[in-house]
Design a protein around this ligand. Structure first.
Ligand SMILES: Cc1cc2nc3c(=O)[nH]c(=O)nc-3n(C[C@H](O)[C@H](O)[C@H](O)COP(=O)(O)O)c2cc1C
Length: 326
């Protein structure tokens, strides 16, 4: 493994090496602000900010709300500054808003850009044009090499067991292969739900953990109370991997599939061509009725404030580190 480069300055000063990952429909400004003020990077998919025809652009309003809230926090808490935030761009041909959203994010100087489903130079250029860094999510070493060759600054390795569109590979295999040639920022995603698992990700060679599903079970998340409670009540055996709902393999909560009238143990597969992020598409139903979650949710026992979850992760991380060192 090459010696790791120093992390970009945007990650300096985090309370915990964690990014609260972008969650379709679920991530909103309240959750992002709570994550950043608790000391971890908060993020949201740009597509979550949707306006009705003729209404002001919701993405502008969200970026204003987040920027102002973090500024106010920093003025009131100069000794505990907020972590930076990230915006996720879905780089897929069905995302007809991409160009508009890139321009808006560059104008708001978004510090961290997360790209999914397509590695494109112009998206990385847009991030760099305002001093931001671009992280691309990948599920194997081939896509990782392609992302870096297109100008991404860092990688998010999405391993088996992740919520949403998961990869098929073990995190050990994925991180080890990437670290053979890449010494830049590397985040690990998939079933990380305790502070000990955050430390394990670092021991493997990742710089930061990328955590999604546990944040669905927070007060701030934009999810139905039954969805939040199902996360708190479920474990790894309640998760099923299926391509039926979006055309790409993803992990979903079995009880939500049963509630939608299907047998979670007898799902057909679907073609990747059926995926669409266009407005008005029927596909968001995959997330609003059939609920996504990763295999790590056994660690989530209750619904509470996002800050309490970060406090718990931080406590567990420090305990795991001192237990290993003693
Ligand atoms: C409900 C749900 C929605 C998601 N939506 C997105 C998304 O819009 N964009 C994205 O890049 N990743 C998305 N993901 C993937 C997460 O950002 C992250 O990779 C994953 O949640 C990490 O695994 P974990 O849930 O086990 O922590 C989603 C995951 C879930 C569970």
């Amino acid at each position: 493994m090459p010696n790791k480069r120093e992390l970009p300055s945007v990650f300096k000063g985090l309370r915990l090496p964690v990014v609260g990952s972008p969650l379709f429909i679920v991530s909103n400004p309240e959750l992002v602000i709570a994550q950043c003020c608790a000391g971890i990077v908060g993020s949201f998919p740009a597509l979550n900010a949707r306006e009705k025809d003729g209404d002001p652009i919701a993405l502008e309003a969200w970026l204003k709300q987040i920027t102002e809230a973090l500024d106010a926090w920093n003025q009131a808490n100069p000794d505990k500054p907020a972590a930076p935030y990230a915006v996720n761009q879905i780089v897929h041909r069905s995302n007809t808003r991409l160009e508009r959203d890139l321009e808006i994010c560059a104008r708001w100087n978004v510090p961290i850009w997360i790209t999914s489903l397509g590695a494109r130079e112009e998206v990385n250029d847009a991030a760099h044009s305002c001093g931001g860094i671009a992280l691309h999510d990948i599920i194997n070493n081939t896509f990782a090499k392609k992302a870096i060759s297109k100008g991404a600054d860092g990688l998010i390795a999405v391993a088996a067991g992740a919520g949403g569109h998961a990869g098929p590979q073990s995190p050990f295999a994925l991180v080890q292969e990437i670290r053979e040639w890449f010494d830049g920022p590397l985040l690990l995603s998939g079933s990380i739900a305790t502070g000990g698992a955050v430390l394990a990700a670092q021991a493997m060679g990742a710089d930061l953990a990328y955590i999604g599903s546990p944040f669905i079970a927070t007060n701030e998340a934009n999810a139905m109370p039954a969805y939040k409670q199902m996360i708190a009540d479920s474990g790894a055996e309640d998760i099923v991997l299926s391509s039926l709902f979006t055309g790409i393999s993803g992990n979903y909560l079995k009880p939500s599939i049963a509630a939608a009238g299907m047998d979670p143990d007898a799902l057909e597969s679907a073609d990747a061509k059926s995926m669409s992020f266009a407005e008005g598409s029927s596909k968001p139903k995959a997330w609003s009725q059939v609920w996504g979650a990763g295999q790590g949710i056994g660690a989530v026992k209750s619904v509470g404030p996002a800050r309490a979850l970060v406090d718990k992760l931080d406590r567990e991380y420090r305990e795991a580190r001192s237990a290993l060192c003693s």
